[in-house]
Design a protein around this ligand. Structure first.
Ligand SMILES: Nc1ncnc2c1ncn2[C@@H]1O[C@H](COP(=O)(O)OP(=O)(O)OP(=O)(O)O)[C@@H](O)[C@H]1O
Ligand SMILES: [Mg+2]
Length: 267
């Protein structure tokens, strides 16, 4: 992990449209360095929100995409062998704690529980990170904060956070924005007209009612932006919608018919 913390600064203001009072609540949480958990379905704005908050607070942001093969060493650091012998290399969590970044663990439930527990001493009153192999105890920089994202839809009994992890975090619930706000976001991000983005959101709203009735997840804001982006490049609306809103999320012929019908209603 490169220790040059400057590279993690967000230089340009990310576009983020507030949906409720999440910006103020996050700022309050950050002011006491409360670890935060962002919950919500895929593609609803969690990552964009963290980027925006890091920019607004003027702090570096270090993001780690979690997966089940990840080990504690991948987060904390390890000794590397090179020509001159062994050399310690900080992992992303150690860099964030040492230099005062916001550390964002994306899809944290994907990590095994024995990996997740390494964040425990950093996310309680101690705010320390023991580097056991190196015999060092990092006292977290005053600016350091831990943020995790979590999609409540995908949890199973096997894949969930321990209560002892959950109870170290404050949580913000994210969801698809209300109709007008979502249409504003889709228009801004894809470049389509207000009328077109309004129709795209209406399709999504229909499809979201199918969640749990054959669809695992509704059509996300991200997918609507994909559809809009193709349309803004001249792809026919129905074709763009089929490619981005229908075909990715289901292979079930009946579900595809239902989604196609929603598309045809609005385009
Ligand atoms: N409130 C918002 N303001 C601005 N853009 C938004 C907002 N919500 C969603 N978006 C747009 O939707 C896209 C998808 O959002 P994002 O990547 O943040 O989703 P996510 O919740 O992190 O999804 P995942 O769980 O799959 O990582 C963003 O790239 C952005 O263009
Ligand atoms: Mg994300």
């Amino acid at each position: 992990m490169n220790n040059d913390i400057e590279q993690y600064m967000i230089k340009e203001k990310p576009y983020y449209r507030a949906v409720s009072d999440e910006i103020e609540l996050y700022e309050a949480a950050y002011s006491v360095r409360m670890p935060m958990m962002l919950k919500g379905p895929t593609g609803c704005g969690k990552t964009r929100f963290v980027e925006y908050m890091a920019w607004k607070l003027g702090k570096p942001l270090i993001t780690v995409a979690c997966n089940e093969d990840m080990t504690a060493s991948d987060l904390v650091g390890r000794f590397l062998l090179d020509a001159s012998g062994t050399r310690w290399q900080d992992g992303p969590l150690a860099v964030a704690a040492r230099y005062g970044a916001i550390c964002y663990l994306d899809e944290v439930v994907e990590a095994r529980q024995d990996t997740t527990v390494v964040i425990h001493p950093l996310t309680d009153a101690r705010r320390v990170l023991p580097l056991e192999k190196r015999g060092e105890l990092i006292e977290a920089h005053p600016d350091f904060q831990m943020v995790i994202s979590y999609n409540p839809g995908y949890q199973s009994l096997m894949k969930d956070l321990k209560q002892s992890t959950k109870q170290r975090f404050g949580a913000l619930d994210f969801n698809y924005p209300s109709h007008d706000i979502e249409a504003e976001i889709v228009a801004h991000e894809s470049g389509v007209s207000a009328d077109t983005s309004d129709r795209l959101v209406s399709i999504a709203e229909r499809a979201r009612n199918l969640k749990g009735h054959g669809l695992d997840e509704g059509i996300s804001t991200r997918m609507l932006i994909y559809a809009g982006s193709l349309m803004a490049r001249g792809v026919t609306p129905v074709v763009a919608c089929r490619m981005t809103l229908v075909q990715p999320i289901t292979d079930d012929p009946d579900m595809r018919d239902a989604l196609d019908a929603a598309v045809n209603t609005f385009f």
